[in-house]
Design a binder for this molecule. Structure first.
Ligand code: GDP
Ligand code: MG
Length: 405
């Protein structure tokens, strides 16, 4: 990796340059982008930036064999247990050994499913010709990648790698696994694997296949299945198109329209003291908030796990009210810092990535305790826009008028 090799051209001798070369060169050095981006929270402690209400522009599903469908067939319906009575009789360990089909983690899917949706819906996304944008968005990415960016100023453990390519006026952002994340994944303990399963099992206990249906916990838990919403929004000067997996929709939601009617389901260890709750707000709630706030999912329902794998309590959080829960604690994270940092990161990406080329990747890298840096890779193992996608969007021409004879 060669940090900042895109500046190499400026090192050429002056005498070989034409006046045009020199003009371009001076323009480039005037607009010289910074090489790194700081992540310190205090730098981003400013008023909350403009964030347009997220709008759902599409939906797609992945079936039990991880096949793409341009429909909402995998959407599930929120079906919580009755409010009255004691705790729900959920056994989150049930089926771990005999009714669990796991998605293969060795397949790098990249942005492919989202790109499939974009390719199939490109007419709907037609951009302004004068901006040189084929699609009317500055960025295309997964919601999960943006969640990681939002939480960066407060993250103390896990770094990230985000690959960016500029293609026909839109910046595509796709994550690569860090060496440390790969090691952690390969060395995951049996306990951690079971905890992951328990999160999926909780979803099965809380969801039905139809709006008036009831959950069926005797079935297999298959993590290939998923329903994704496609969202358009704007953060400051950046228009965004992203997709995220949605756990379920509440047919009885006080906010009946998507994405507000969606519910995110989470599990967490039951808490016994105010100190435990404060730690939960500081370290876990930031991720829950960022993930649901970005696509405009209005509620998060937590199932608190007892030591035996049962659910001892349910608690509902309204995403828009989370900032009220945390603002009393001066040591807590701030939503505005997360959003201002994300806007700054997207501006940084726009300044750095200016060559429109689907085989060119700028790899943005971050490790805790450091600023964000980047390296440049041409036609390498980091290239992520598939040929089928590049071809599908390259064949796009303005419609030729049909002259009747
Ligand atoms: P999240 O916010 O981290 O859950 O990620 P997104 O909702 O943005 O999901 C993006 C895509 O990644 C979807 O197709 C998900 O099914 C998939 N995905 C989500 N979590 C994981 C994971 O832990 N491993 C893998 N391989 N894919 C995942
Ligand atoms: Mg969930």
């Amino acid at each position: 990796m060669e940090p900042g090799v895109c500046f190499k051209k400026r090192d050429r001798g002056d005498e070989k340059d034409t006046p045009e070369d020199r003009a371009v060169k001076s323009q480039k050095s005037n607009a010289k982008p910074p090489l790194t981006l700081p992540v310190t929270p205090s730098r981003y402690d400013a008023p909350f930036p403009f964030y347009r209400r997220p709008a759902e522009v599409g939906r797609f599903s992945l079936d039990s064999q991880r096949r793409y469908h341009g429909s909402a067939q995998q959407l599930r319906y929120y079906a919580p247990p009755p409010m009255e009575g004691p705790v729900p009789g959920f056994d989150l360990r049930d089926g771990y050994l005999d009714r669990y089909v796991q998605r293969s983690e060795n397949v790098r899917e990249g942005l492919d499913h989202l790109l499939q949706w974009v390719a199939q819906n490109r007419k709907q996304l037609q951009g302004a010709e004068e901006k040189g944008q084929l699609l009317n968005t500055d960025f295309v990415t997964w919601r999960g990648h943006l969640t990681k960016v939002l939480t960066t100023p407060y993250e103390k453990q896990d770094g990230w790698l985000l690959a960016v390519s500029l293609f026909r006026g839109t910046l595509y952002v796709s994550e690569f696994e860090t060496e440390s994340a790969k090691r952690q994944r390969e060395q995951r303990s049996e306990l951690l694997k079971e905890l992951t399963y328990m999160g999926y099992k909780f979803e099965q206990y809380m969801c039905a296949d139809t709006p008036d249906g009831i959950p069926d916990p005797t079935r297999v838990v298959n993590t290939n299945e998923g329903f994704c919403t496609v969202i358009r929004t704007r953060l400051g000067t950046h228009s965004l198109l992203f997709s995220g997996e949605v756990d379920c929709t509440d047919p009885r939601s006080p906010w009946p329209d998507p994405p507000s009617c969606y519910v995110e389901l989470k599990t967490s260890k039951v808490m016994h003291s105010p100190a435990q709750r404060r730690s939960f707000y500081r370290h876990k709630m930031i991720k829950w908030w960022a993930q649901s706030f970005l696509p405009g999912v209005s509620r998060i329902v937590a199932g608190y796990r007892g030591p035996d794998g049962s659910v001892v309590e349910l608690e509902t959080f309204e995403t828009m009210k989370i900032f009220q829960l945390i603002r009393e604690d001066p040591g807590c994270w701030k939503p505005a810092v997360c959003m201002n940092f994300c806007a700054a990161f997207l501006s940084f990406v726009k300044k750095v990535v200016t060559e429109d080329n689907p085989k060119l990747v700028h790899l943005f890298a971050w490790e805790p305790g450091h600023p964000v840096s980047f390296s440049v890779h041409h036609d390498s193992e980091y290239t992520f826009l598939p040929d089928w996608y590049v071809e599908a969007l390259s064949s796009e021409k303005p419609p030729t008028p049909q002259i009747p004879d």
